[in-house]
Write a protein that binds this ligand. Structure first.
Ligand code: FES
Ligand SMILES: [Fe+2]
Length: 352
């Protein structure tokens, strides 16, 4: 290979990479993201860093969640340290009080309250067991909340969990779209060797990116591992497993659906909730516990991988590096191209 060929290859890899989101791509704000589970939102204020901002959430008297900017407009003290009074939130530093729209309604040291004094209030939609929030500048549309109809619906038994990952949400989405890693990263938890070899069907239709693996194997102890991966939005990914007995050639005997709820705290940190649903062995809390434990064990392996990737990217920040792409990366590439397009659109709009 000549030097010129090498240089040409390097350039074409670099220009292809330009169209793919990575860990440094600006976050996509015009999307709904989960900030908390329903049970986390109570009459006690609670703070959380999400989307490169800090929010405080609590429940109003009517039971609806309220989500405000956590940073007091006076001296930046976190409002999550304050107290809820009716629907309002009082800062614990100098006592300024804000209503559910974020407007300051009381300054204890004076009678006049400037109309412009406020913190940001975020549009919020609760679809139990999740609370979705809109961080974008564009108008929010509750119809666009990417909450599938089965999520939290009756007829399923559920288990749930949460991890905070010191890595990029882009890498987490990509991890979930390529289940060939089950055979290796999860070799001792829920992977079997058949996964990496299984034929995969990829369907990319606009924002809908799906990868289905048809795996023929003895089921590992946990249950059927997810077979389908679907990118729904920057904040949601769904894995679906249909278990079939191939000898009987019948329809699926059981289905497992896992909502993988992904909210960037920043470009370097990611909130990761999972809500597993199953339609078999209903009313068996021991099975919920078993599946939850197994899922935590396996997701800790994903967490390890994503955090190690983030560590190497940090250490080698100054080095030139271009990823090797394989045909099995097609769904991940489609997802990253989509995220990059969305991010670029917001950057252009922000600049005009
Ligand atoms: S910082 Fe909140 S009232 Fe002063
Ligand atoms: Fe995994």
């Amino acid at each position: 290979v000549t030097r010129l060929q090498l240089e040409t290859r390097r350039r074409s890899a670099a220009s292809a990479a330009e169209h793919l989101a990575n860990a440094t791509t600006p976050l996509i704000r015009d999307a709904w993201y989960v900030v908390a589970t329903s049970e986390e939102v109570t009459r006690e204020p609670r703070g959380r860093d999400v989307m490169e901002t800090s929010v405080v959430f609590y429940r109003g008297r009517d039971g609806n969640p309220i989500v405000l900017q956590n940073r007091c407009a006076h001296r930046s003290f976190p409002l999550a340290q304050g107290t809820v009074e009716d629907d309002t939130l009082r800062c614990r530093y100098h006592g300024l009080r804000y209503d559910r729209e974020g407007r300051c309604v009381e300054i204890p040291m004076q009678s006049h309250v400037p109309a412009a004094l406020r913190v940001r209030a975020y549009p919020v939609v609760e679809r139990p067991p999740l609370v979705w929030v809109w961080f974008g500048e564009a108008a929010s549309d509750p119809v666009q909340v990417p909450h599938p109809s089965w999520l939290g619906a009756p007829g399923w038994d559920r288990y749930a969990g949460y991890l905070e990952i010191a890595g990029s949400y882009v890498h987490l989405h990509e991890n979930l779209l390529d289940l060939s890693h089950l055979s290796f990263l999860h070799a001792t938890t829920f992977g079997t060797p058949e996964y990496a070899r299984a034929p995969v069907e990829v369907a990319v239709d606009g924002s809908d990116i799906q990868a289905w693996r048809h795996v023929t194997c003895e089921l590992p102890d946990i249950y059927a591992v997810p077979l389908g991966s679907q990118f729904i939005s920057p904040g949601l990914h769904v894995n679906t497993g249909h278990l079939k007995n191939l000898e009987l050639a019948t329809a699926a005997i059981a289905t497992v659906r896992v909502a993988q709820v992904i909210t960037p705290a920043s470009r370097e940190r990611t909130h990761y909730w999972f809500v597993g649903h199953r339609d078999f062995a209903l009313g068996r809390p021991d099975i919920d516990d078993f599946m939850q434990r197994a899922q935590y064990a396996a997701f800790a392996e994903d967490q390890f991988a994503i955090e190690e990737i983030a560590r190497l990217e940090r250490i080698e920040r100054a080095c030139e590096f271009s990823e090797a792409h394989l045909p099995s990366d097609a769904p991940g590439i489609a997802m990253r191209r989509r995220l990059k397009k969305l991010a670029d659109r917001e950057t252009v709009r922000g600049a005009t």
